[in-house]
Ligand binder design. Sequence first.
Ligand code: ADP
Ligand code: MG
Length: 731
Amino acid sequence: MSTLRFKALSELPFRDFRRDNHVQVPCKLSDLYCTNVFSENTMREYLAKGAFETIMSAVKKGTKIPREIADQVAVAMKDWAMSKGVTHYTHWFQPLTGTTAEKHDSFFTPIEGDRAIERFSGNMLIQQEPDASSFPNGGIRNTFEARGYTAWDPTSPAFVIGTTLCIPSIFISYTGETLDYKTPLLRALQAVDKAATEVARFFDKNVEKVTATLGWEQEYFLIDSALYQSRPDLLFTGQTLLGHASAKGQQLDDHYFGSIPTRVMNFMKELEIECMKLGIPVTTRHNEVAPNQFELAPMFEEANVAVDHNSLLMDVMARVAHKHHFHILFHEKPFKGINGSGKHNNWSLSTDTGENLLSPGKNPKKNLQFLTFFINTIKAVYEYSDLLRAGIASASNDHRLGANEAPPAIISIFIGSQLTNVLDELEKIKEGKLTPDEKTDLKLNVVGKIPMILLDNTDRNRTSPFAFTGNKFEIRAVGSSANCAEAMTIMNSIVAKQLTDFRNEVEALVRDGLKKDEAIFNVLREYIKQSRSIMFEGDGYSDEWAEEAVGRGLKNLKNTPEALKCETDEKFIQLYEELKVFNRREIEARNEIKLEKYSAVISIEAKVLADIARNHIVPSAIGYQNRLIENVKGLKEIFGDEGLQEVGGEQISLIREISAHIATIKRKVDELIDKKAEATEMEDRQAQAEAFCYRVKPLFNEIREASDALEMLVDDEMWPLTKYRELLFTR
Ligand code: ADP
Ligand code: MG
């Protein structure tokens, strides 16, 4: 009998979750907003006017911060933080491990005469040197230059957690290469700002800055922490590698938007309080489709801050969950047979004049601006769909993409029937100059009608990985455990590149004698023609689409090794070098890190699965089989050989069935171990990842099938693993 499972289960009735941890919101949530953030308001209070203005200009315009101002900011930050009981500070950064990292240093500084003070200077604020040699670096840092350093990102506000002041930072190697998610994102945001501002100025000369916005939606599962601890697969891989579906799963769709269990509600309330204090503007919470699956989403923010807030949120969620005896699962597919989790990235561009460039406006001119950004985004995704696919690839997201419950691995764009009609009309525009009548007709009947149309645009297609949803694009294929920075770096880079090309093409036509709006229409028409094949309005989950997509020349890159192959293509290296987002060395290093990570993840899963199969499943099955054998022996004693067939026939066939499954498990686990060892030996990272994908991983399912069949045969009392029905229905 598995003590773990029964110990975990027996703990549950003794905890009264309704009373324990009952969370009461102490005041209006808005009163808590940003209380732990070194926000604009706090800075206004703690900084002299000149220093405050320098910082705001750095945040808004990217201007440099002189050393003496940094000193003043450091002192202000320290004073504010100490008023909140803070004793330490840390540069908070996002290395390529996928989690956040921090190294705490104390304000405490001994001085002469056995005295000590709290000290924090501009130098300490600007730079810290974590001993970072064990963060992933893809061979960028040799051991002799193993140091990396972190540097303050003034565009994302510092915040307090517990007794630590956290300073959002970038992380780079001593030789200047990026080792984190934030640095390339900041560069991509700069590139898109520059390119989009110039195009926006075609329509409005007052525009001086364009900001990319991001509103993420985070899905997750909550599992009781004792039950979580009882499953070695959850503990080590974040997902269940074995487990028969429970009789009731999500068939009745009764969890989606259903009432939230009290215990979960307490967790959510406390989480919201923590989010408010940290300035994470969460606004919605609800149940998701699968049992024990939930989602939360904030108001959208400037993309860099939104990315930081998502990473921070994931940390905070884990901590708050712990307090409520939950473990939070961000894995994309923790349970077989029920929905997985994603992280939708809603993306748009907005100007410093207060306009959303992906929102249609009140007049034809504004609508032409909308169409320009809308069509350029489509063209960018068309041109760089492989890069986008690679950017969301991971071992865990492979379970979800194309698994008929999340977007398929084929990148396509959904825009809705109304906008499809608009593009059809635009495509008909004749080449070159337009007569005044043609122009009027176009402006009134095509461009002028957009706002009305969009209001009625309710046909939202949930099966598309990339959809236009009224005033923003929604990237739905991002994994729930991913850092949003990667998708955002790609999105903003490809749109920056596309808008630069667009501007050059329009200006060339203007030089050839076309009016500006004619030139814009002409270029947009060509873009629509070129990008047609990526636009798809039908059911993305259907087999017909997979077939049709191939016919259209779209790729269906079904797994991570396939998706990652393209990342080092010259086309993408050129894109990134031109925009100064990455250099060749960084691109190659990152690709290598991802391949290594993929292989490592599958390798760990293989080990865990082999251990559980051999040490838990097979012994339990044999234990139960022995009981059956005893039973048959007893029956034989009573009924003799002749009577046995009649009264013991079923037991004997059960004994045989169990033996067959045990034999399968034994054979497949041996094979798994051999194949894993072979893959581990391989030197070429791409070939190694492919070996893990095509030779090691398929065995998981074969082992699982035999084990899940045993789960249905073996006495519940003897089954060693906590079952789906026990894990998934929190009360
Ligand atoms: P759904 O579940 O239907 O996809 P939600 O209402 O849960 O939609 O989430 C919509 C998300 O879109 C929110 O995170 C919101 O902040 C975000 N969003 C809205 N407008 C913009 C915008 N202009 N730019 C970026 N994100 C936006
Ligand atoms: Mg969504």
